[in-house]
Design a protein around this ligand. Structure first.
Ligand SMILES: *Cc1c(COP(=O)(O)O)cnc(C)c1O
Length: 394
């Protein structure tokens, strides 16, 4: 640096961020896949057993889903060309919205390009200064961000603590909205929806459920956590789920009353000021939804794998968390230790991600193992045996 030359403060700051991330074991990098999503994936020319995808039903590369995408692309092209309200909304979008509304037992559904956009968009559209939004501490970042930026009073409550929620609700002035994950993305446990709905009804407050990890997996027909809890639109007026997890495609939707959806269309900035998802993705999602509904064996097989994993991990005395879902984290604590186990597994051909702060609270770093209906019991056995080899003191 020559004397008198001004210091580049952005350069300085960004460099410090990277140094700090490296020093604390929190540096993040992408993997680059050379194959489709599935139980076996290819990275840098080597095949790995994959236990970190959210493709819970094994639909992301299903031949019928792929074929729908290709067929729709030949008819509708690739880009949607505009936002939904200009001229980006096409027949596959409408059909998918109708099918999702019917499947979730709601009057309407509204598509978004991502779950992040849906959550932040809906909270910003629904809430105003003077309102209160209450969220579980462990909610997904997109719900928290939406609440924080909504202009409403933002309060967190301790994880799954309905009594604490009731106390905070009693003190909250103005209209109140409670938002929770149906299945918590880094812990795999479920929200106590029946009890939450009861607390909300007393106030009354609206309950919003983000069911990114329950939709397609839980409930008698696979409609998710809210169906599993036996609740409907009156108890859960705002239901959100993503298409990029169990459905294996991309995007998200909000399902609710005619009133809710029409109001959201008028005022949700994340819906209005963004290009619609490609029509072919909507067509592929519709086919994935049909498979999800026709092939209940996928959910049954996944449930069997979850049981197999938990029995096996318990026998190995691995630190299981309280999860009955396809997300089966093993608690490690220290971020570098979690990364170390993840790397040891990777050397043995198994991919499991280490989840570290700020995604999870300090000293609760973990391995996040996700199971899919596409896994075989033998692949799961291989994971368990390799975990036994790699786990310190196991
Ligand atoms: C993945 C996820 C989202 C975000 O959905 P995207 O479509 O990936 O943007 C929102 N909420 C939860 C709970 C999630 O797990």
């Amino acid at each position: 640096m020559t004397p008198g030359q001004p210091v580049d403060l952005f350069r300085q700051r960004l460099g410090a961020v990277l140094d700090q991330r490296r020093a604390t074991g929190l540096y993040r990098q992408c993997l680059t896949l050379e194959s489709a999503q599935g139980p076996l994936i290819q990275l840098a020319g080597r095949e790995y057993l994959n236990f970190c995808s959210n493709d819970y039903l094994g639909l992301a590369a299903h031949p019928r889903v792929v074929e729908s995408l290709c067929r729709a692309a030949r008819r509708y092209g690739v880009g949607s060309g505009a936002s939904h309200l200009v001229c980006g909304h096409s027949a596959p979008h409408r059909e998918l919205e109708q099918a999702l509304a019917e499947f979730t037992g709601r009057q309407r559904a509204l598509l978004f390009s991502s779950g992040y956009a849906a959550n932040t968009g809906v909270l910003q559209a629904l809430l105003q200064p003077g309102d209160t939004v209450l969220q579980d501490r462990l909610n997904h970042a997109s719900l928290l961000d939406g609440g924080l930026h909504s202009g409403a009073r933002f309060r967190r409550f301790p994880h799954n603590d309905c009594d604490a929620l009731a106390r905070r609700l009693a003190q909250a002035p103005g209209p109140a909205l409670v938002a929770v994950d149906g299945v918590f993305s880094m812990d795999g446990d479920s929200a106590p929806l029946v009890e939450l709905a009861r607390v909300c009804r007393q106030r009354p407050a609206w309950l919003m459920v983000d069911d990114a990890h329950g939709f397609g997996v839980l409930g008698p027909t696979g409609a998710g956590s809210v169906e599993a809890a036996g609740l409907g639109e009156p108890e859960v007026p705002v239901l959100m789920a993503t298409l990029g997890k169990a459905l294996g495609t991309a995007g998200a939707f909000i399902a609710g009353s005619e009133l809710l959806v029409e109001a959201l269309i008028q005022s949700t900035r994340n819906y209005i000021y963004t290009t619609a998802m490609p029509p072919a993705v909507a067509a592929a999602s519709l086919t994935a939804l049909t498979l999800l509904r026709e092939e209940a064996w996928r959910r049954d097989h996944l449930a069997a794998l979850i049981g197999q994993f938990r029995r096996g991990a318990e026998a190995l005395q691995l630190p299981l968390m309280d999860s009955g879902s396809a997300i089966q984290p093993l608690l490690v604590g220290d971020a570098r230790a979690a990364v170390g186990i993840s790397e040891a597994l990777r050397q043995r051909g198994i991919l499991v991600s280490a989840i570290r702060p700020p995604t999870v609270p300090a000293d609760t770093s973990r391995l996040r193992i996700t199971l899919s209906a596409a896994h075989t019991p033998a692949q799961l056995e291989q994971l368990l045996q390799t975990l036994a080899d790699c786990w310190p003191h196991a």
